[in-house]
Each structure stands twice: as structure tokens, then as C-alpha cells.
Design a protein around this ligand. Structure first.
Ligand SMILES: Cc1ncc(COP(=O)(O)OP(=O)(O)O)c(N)n1
Ligand SMILES: Cc1nc(C(=O)O)sc1CCOP(=O)(O)O
Ligand SMILES: [Mg+2]
Length: 205
């Protein structure tokens, strides 16, 4: 399955509003949705992820689950995105098999190379710019930090953190294959229009 260039991450609170934004984004052509829900029970995460798969699958959109390869497999998602505190990428690969998409978060070329050696299909690299969506992140990498990682590996680099349509050209020029967003779609007054704007920026390059 080809890796889409726009990853729309769900509002971490989950629920009906998050699902409505996913539906609008997928209807507008978002190729990848990442289920990113924090703070709920395993059952709540499972049910939310299953609902996102049910939106993505008929539209041909790829569905990834953040943090939890077990939940991704249980709901029939296409892949899992793993961060520093999650199951190691190599372990997730052993559990999920070769066909399951696996992405890993990294912020420097050294970890990027390690994750690819462990079997990463793509890398999420950030924060590209400061973000209000997540706390505790290191300083923003800027396009030059994204470029350093993109030059080190041959898997797609998906830039994340403070991404807007206006910032897409700088990221593509840095070697990013695509972008991941939370606020730019989930917090938009019109998530479908916001998705179309991001897709147009990616298409223009
Ligand atoms: C595409 C993409 N890149 C990076 C991240 C961050 O993932 P992670 O390090 O697991 O942090 P949380 O998202 O769990 O807060 C991502 N989710 N997606
Ligand atoms: C979930 C996440 N991870 C990041 C990282 O750099 O690892 S930045 C981020 C939040 C991205 O949200 P927004 O598009 O609203 O800035
Ligand atoms: Mg995570």
C-alpha cells in the first residue's frame, strides 16, 4: 500500500466531534488517518479506532493507530505509529508481520537510520515548528532539521508539528515526502476545506 502524503491525526479526545472531523477529511480526500486518542480506556480506544477504520476502509484511506500495535491489529487497521515510549519498532514488526505499515517518531538522523534498520516503513519527524497541540517537545527542528533526517534515510519522511498549508512548500523543499497535522484539520472550522487546502499545497509542491 503506498504511503499517502497527508496524515490527518485525530483530536486526542476522541468522541463524536473527532469522528466528524475524520469523516470530513476522508470525504475531502485525506489519504491517511492516524488514530491518536489519549487518556481513555483500552475499550474506548478500541471502539474509537474501529469507528475510524469503518470510515477509512470504504474510501480507500489508510488507517494507522498511534502507540498501540495490538489495537491496530484488533481493529484491522493498516498500520501503527510508534513513539519513544511504545513497543520497539523491531518488536512491533515481529508481532505485526511484514504487511503491516510501521512508522516511528524521530528527531535526528541517527535514530532515523536505526528505525529504518528495525523495519520502519516511514518516519514521523518533528516538531517542525512549535505546536500547541502537544507539550513537552524539544525545540522546533525547522526545515533544516527535517532536511537532515530526510537526507539520512530512503523511507518517506512525514513532517509534523505546527504544519499549515503555507508551510508545506518549505517542508517539501527540505525533502519531506508529506506532512502530518492535528490542529490544521481537527481544529479547523471547516475540516474538509482545510484538508483540501493541505492537499492542494502538497500537489503544488
Ligand atoms: C506522523 C507522526 N509523527 C510523529 C508522531 C508523534 O508520535 P509519538 O512520538 O508516539 O507521540 P504521540 O503522538 O503519541 O504523542 C505522530 N503521532 N505521527
Ligand atoms: C503529536 C505530535 N507529535 C509531534 C512530534 O514532534 O513528535 S508534534 C505533534 C503535534 C502536532 O500537532 P499540530 O499539527 O496541531 O501542530
Ligand atoms: Mg505515540
Amino acid at each position: 500500500m503506498p504511503m499517502g502524503r497527508l496524515h490527518v491525526l485525530t483530536d486526542a479526545r476522541g468522541g463524536a466531534a473527532a469522528l466528524a472531523a475524520v469523516e470530513a477529511a476522508v470525504d475531502a480526500g485525506a489519504p491517511v488517518v492516524q488514530v491518536r486518542a489519549k487518556g481513555g480506556t483500552d475499550r474506548e480506544l478500541h471502539d474509537f479506532a474501529a469507528a475510524v477504520v469503518a470510515i477509512c476502509a470504504p474510501a480507500g484511506a489508510t488507517c494507522l493507530v498511534n502507540d498501540r500495535v495490538d489495537v491496530a491489529l484488533a481493529v484491522g487497521a493498516d498500520g501503527t505509529h510508534l513513539g519513544a515510549g511504545d513497543l520497539p519498532l523491531a518488536a512491533a514488526r515481529r508481532v505485526a508481520g511484514p504487511a503491516h505499515l510501521l512508522g516511528g517518531t524521530c528527531r535526528d538522523p541517527e535514530l532515523a537510520r536505526q528505525l529504518v534498520a528495525e523495519g520502519a516503513d516511514y518516519l514521523g519527524v518533528g516538531p517542525a515548528w512549535p505546536t500547541t497541540t502537544k507539550t513537552g517537545l524539544p525545540d522546533a527542528l525547522g526545515p533544516s532539521g527535517i532536511a537532515a533526517v530526510a537526507a539520512a534515510v530512503d523511507v518517506p519522511v512525514i513532517a509534523i508539528g505546527g504544519v499549515t498549508a503555507a508551510r508545506v512548500p518549505a517542508l517539501l523543499a527540505a525533502g519531506a515526502a508529506g506532512v502530518a497535522v492535528v490542529g490544521a484539520v481537527s481544529a479547523a472550522a471547516d475540516p474538509a476545506a482545510a484538508t483540501r487546502e493541505l492537499l492542494a499545497a502538497l500537489e503544488r509542491g
